[in-house]
Ligand binder design. Sequence first.
Ligand code: SF4
Length: 669
Amino acid sequence: MDTGTVKSLPGRYCNSLTEYSRFVTREVAIGDVPMGGNNSIRIQSMTTTDTMDTIGTVEQSIRMINAGCEYVRITAPSIKEAQNLAEIKKELRHRGYTTPIVADIHFTPNAAEVAARIVEKVRVNPGNYADKKRFDQIDYTDAEYQGELDRIYQKFSPLVKVCKEYGTAMRIGTNHGSLSDRIMSRYGDTPQGMVESAMEFIRMCEMMNYYNLVISMKSSNPQVMVQAYRLLVETMVAEGMNYPLHLGVTEAGDGEDGRIKSAVGIGTLLEDGLGDTVRVSLTEEPEAEAPVAIALVNRYVERSRKLEVRSRKSENDIDYSPLTIHHSQHSPYEYRKRHTYEANAFIGDHMVPRVVVDLPHANLKDPSVLNDAGYIYSPLLDKYNMGEQSVDFVYLADQLPSFTFPGNLKQLYNYSTWQKLADKTMCHPLFSLQGYLQADDRSSPLNLVKIKPADIDSDEFGSLPLDKSLVFVLETDALHGMADQRTFFFKMEELGLDIPVIIKRTYNFETQDSGLKTQDLQLFASTDLGALLVDGFGDGIWIDAPGIETKVITSTAFGILQATRSRISKTEYISCPSCGRTLFDLMITTQMIRSRTSHLKGLKIGIMGCIVNGPGEMADADYGYVGSGTDKVTLYRGKEAVKKNISSANALDELISIIREDGNWIEPN
Ligand code: SF4
């Protein structure tokens, strides 16, 4: 059987690092909605109802379909739920919906084999399809390792046979937190382990001439997820494969955090031209997910169209720029912060990335204008209180405030205005490249110079006076702006320049309504800035979005830094989106836990609906709150269950006691 045409990209994980170019995968048939090839990037989500509730599941599926889902995934924890998929499918078809259904399988090959005869696609998790995890560290000899693979083949091949016979597609969906003991023992919970976990199953499918596959590499940590997908593509291409990719950040949480985390992971890969279907996992109603996925994906529909019109490039003309990752010290498969110097203790080197916001049109007569930048003014005490999300710099352009600024908040002015300031303490100039070269007064300990990626090849750049007061503010007006800015970092590295860089992006949402523009800002800025931060680029970020409230910009900026793990300013919740296995109301529980723990900066709390998949999926969390039965919760410290099956009425108090015992509790203000 044909294995599809694979464009050879030796040592690469994407077509181009400089132009938007979609990595073309083989087309996979899934009912009447094929995926991969030249098909659009498909949108999907998963129901949260009990699979035995036929009408509830059908009605929720219809809401999801109406919101934009092109596939609907439904959990099948055992044979009875798998069988009930037939009733759900019948009712959906009866109501006129032909949307393909995907059965979600964990641990139950017999349920998978039933479901594969009914639905258009099954999802299996290679970490737990044929294995129960004991978290044992075993040193396998090669023969023992092969023996394990043979055992898995015996369990897995019947499902492949059914899929072949019924024309059912399969997703091999690896999860960072639920890798098998075998994979963990040999590779650890690394991106490489995730890739190998999927590759073992793919190779078995190919041995049986079954190619109707889609692959995913999910993690709740966007950095790990991005690295795993990139490594997967490189590995697949090396083995002559090009299966479609299902993109998702698992347990992303809810609200702003969930959107930002999802966009950092999914958006980064879409920027690389990877991804054939997107599922955004939010701890919200499932119909809230599709609009987020659509907003992420639509940017590339637009981008491809514009690029096509502009250059009429054929696939063979893909830009294989000589400027590749292999010419820089940068690796797309591991995090390494770009080395920069410390600019006079303000920015760079080991310091956390700085946050800049604009206040040029604000009312600079009232100190409370700084509340939205994280400096809460008390008129009574005539004093500012700083929080965890207080910005580092405000840009005032040419406006002069008529009140005293907080002592640690740095102000940026256009050079001509800065020059005239009587007191320049904590005030710094922002120059154009030309302006900096011509300036007669650069006495500030910090000089910020606006630059665009193409400037690096200019004569002006070559004549820049270099000293440790210089920091670049990197802007772009390119259609594929992230790649444009990434090129600048590669070139800086090639030139051996360690000048700190603040990444600036400007967004214009003025024609959109307010709800949408807030979400779009979160998604687009997280994609564009997050994609650079996950690769270790950037000493600061600056989001310029006229028409959007400063407080939204401030919290988006800190959210992006948190999601990329480059600056931690709040508690992190790793909460699953819930599904038919969920044993309590995830949304209410998450809100309840958040209301009592949101002041515990840096702590990661996993909130999982079920025990089956929970402990593994929250591998990244410090503490876990996992459903273990009706009204029963098991609490975890890391991967260890420390209180089992306690009443949900006391579970939050018990969780706080454990945090307290560990010395990690602080009283809220
Ligand atoms: S952890 Fe949550 S989403 Fe995952 S299987 Fe359990 S209930 Fe479903």
